[in-house]
Design a protein around this ligand. Sequence first.
Ligand code: G16
Length: 550
Amino acid sequence: MAQWQEVSEKSKLHPKPVGLVLQYGTAGFRTNADHLDHVMFRMGLLATLRSINTKAIIGVMVTASHNPEEDNGVKLIDPMGEMLTPAWEVYATQLANAEQDHLITVLKDLVQKESIDLTNQEAEVFVGRDTRSSSARLSDAVLDGVTALDGRSKDYGLVTTPQLHYMVCCCNTRGGYGKASVEGYYSKLSQAFIQLTKSAPNRTDDQKCLLVDGANGIGALKLREMEPYLQGALKVSLFCDGTGGKLNHQCGADFVKVQQNSPKGINRCCSFDGDADRIVYYYSDDHGRFHLLDGDKIATLISTFLKELLTKAGLDLKIAVVQTAYANGSSTRYLEDTMKVIVRCAKTGVKHLHHVAQEFDIGVYFEANGHGTVLFSKAAEEKIQQLCDDSEGERQGAATLLKNSVDLINQTVGDAISDMLLIEAILAIKGMTVQQWDAIYTDLPNRQLKVKVSDRRVIDTKDAERKTVSPAGLQEAIDRLVERHQDGRSFVRPSGTEDVVRVYSEAATQVTRLLNHLYLNQPLHTGVFTFVCFCVCRFERHFIKHCRCL
Ligand code: G16
């Protein structure tokens, strides 16, 4: 077939480094930008086939989000704006790793397995990219892949990841979710925000101003573009806006969450990540102590607000919060015991949380790192709309607030801009300061760090990544260490976006131990953490040695 000939010829312009093996991970492919040209071309091919297969528009976002500037990556977006379905992640990995002379065989195999009819089929792919210097050439490679299979493409250029998710959903619902343009996105969210904050007439000037760390990335650019649409309802002071510093370097949501520190010299504000799909809030108290309000605190604020409105509106809708293993134990306890909300735990990766959240009328899902959103079932949205139309007084007021919240939330994926506006609106309506929000519950002291090991794949997990299955003996060793600490909890898991193993620990108190100084040179943090890091490295060495013996 002439088409395969063309694909084969064009793919030679995007050669795969021989022997390079990559995995479609937590959120697509990620590695050093120099190794990704062939992956991008092939993801253009894959998105085109997926578009034919689903008879819908598919999105391809070129970004490595929170990773360093030198990296890049790609996230694929399914028809309703959700992440690529897991079955196709397998195809993505096979395609990315096929050596040049096997590429067509792998493609034909996929076409046959999914019964894709390549004749007279229309395909359309939306492409977007972040501000990394490598992103323009890599998104050209995606476009090349789409053209090679005769697909149509629309290049949205510089957009945040959530904006591209929004565009895909808008087009596939024929405008049902909004207008498929950045202006449509800005108008929809701004109008909903303005309406919501009308319910807070006593908002002080202080509450109308917010410091935003744009991670030196696309979020800064887009928030600046959006400001006029907000008509003064929120005054944003942007820093790390990309004019001076390096992307994600000592700034951004990941830096703030992991280092538990604010970018230099900054007080009350929020931070986005490199592609603006995550957000965390923080402030310094009068003693200069740093306070982080992460995804858990955000989920608590939003679910409390929604639950109160449901009660006022007299609506019997099932609301749940979905978290991951990283959720602070205090947040889970508060949600379950005080808020009486259903809490579920999913594997890391918003794609996993999204699916669990879909099981409820209202599913609030957030990873502790600030990645998340809220999903409303179709039936829930209809009931809210009906109550807005049919009721009066306090019930109608609550229903209207719920309706405006639905409009403000980007339900396709976690969205730093949309989340920020929702949080600001809730704080204004509840007349709450960031300090009062922070005081809802007290986080257990916790630490999260990356450990570089020679092969992160030796670690396998179960129970939503809260327990390790292999190497044998590691979990027992962790358990022995953890049980010595009140409210202790710890787990290890291989990262799906970086070549590292992540270690998380929390306990009732922070303990200074000599080992902290010896191994990590960290003056004060949960003692368990050091031990677990130590265990991971020790077990990995043991395991690898064992394998070699075999
Ligand atoms: C991505 C995913 C998140 C995940 C994070 C870290 O975030 O979308 O769901 O929490 O990676 O994943 P891991 O611990 O497996 O490296 P982003 O913002 O980088 O796209």
